[in-house]
Design a protein around this ligand. Sequence first.
Ligand code: NAD
Length: 290
Amino acid sequence: MKIGFIGLGNMGGPMAANLAKAGHEVAGFDLFAPMPEGVAKAASAAEAVAGADVAITMLPNGAILRSVADEIVPAMAAGAVFCDCSTVDVASARAVAEQADATGLGALDAPVSGGIGGASAGTLTFMVGGSDAAYAKVLPLFEIMGQKSVHCGASGAGQAAKICNNMILGVTMIATCEAFALADKLGLDRGKMFDVVSTSSGYSWSMNAYCPAPGVGPNSPADNGYKPGFASELMLKDLRLSQQAAQDADADTPMGKLATALYGNFVEDEDGKGRDFSAMLPRFAKRHRV
Ligand code: NAD
């Protein structure tokens, strides 16, 4: 396929490289990032998508996505699919899909989980919103860039799945970290705590697969000085998107709201910026009851 790829940063760069390596013809555009191997440099976003079967975007936020959409939608050929893989607000995902649909394009919102490691290894999970026809067209590309894709429903459903998942992740990471900090103060060994909880009803991905305590459980960013991994500021971004969506949809999400406030303090008023989101454990460990 002919693919135009806009946004070749930490995630988009390796994703585009994997598509090129698999034999697709990829033209790329980014304001700053260098072209990955096998990707032809276009002079503009519009040039990258001209004549493409699929345009893929991997951008920082909804405002930038909307401005790139204004540029590329008129430049795309009828019948092509605009597939946005960024994590953005549900409202922007739906607005861009409507804009594409109005000019005869297919549109998908297809945010990912799996991080930079998953993008490089081609093992991302895609959560996809949009029509059956658009999903069927892009599925072979999801299979190159990832190991799993779930067609979640109509436009916006992919972003909805992503922010609900990450709201659970933020909340369970905080719960896991505060429980470790309490266990410390009760004199319970962290290894014993892991052995019990990881095989009991308190288990979760945060405990079992990404344990925030160094030297305990599988290898994780905690074993690497809390170098990300998944940076606290990215968790804060996703939690804020969950709260924006909860506001728009009139949903009561008290735990999500508290997790957003805690990561907000951690990133903006404390030392969380640039540290993995599991660094909530040393944060709690040095605190006292308030
Ligand atoms: P990044 O900042 O490394 O990459 C974004 C790229 O977009 C940059 O290279 C930037 O120059 C480019 N860009 C910005 N405006 C542009 C424009 N108008 N035209 C062309 N290029 C433009 O960010 P990232 O880590 O690659 O994340 C991208 C998206 O993926 C975000 O929405 C993020 O939330 C999501 N995401 C990231 C991770 C992760 O672990 N990094 C995991 C899952 C999802």
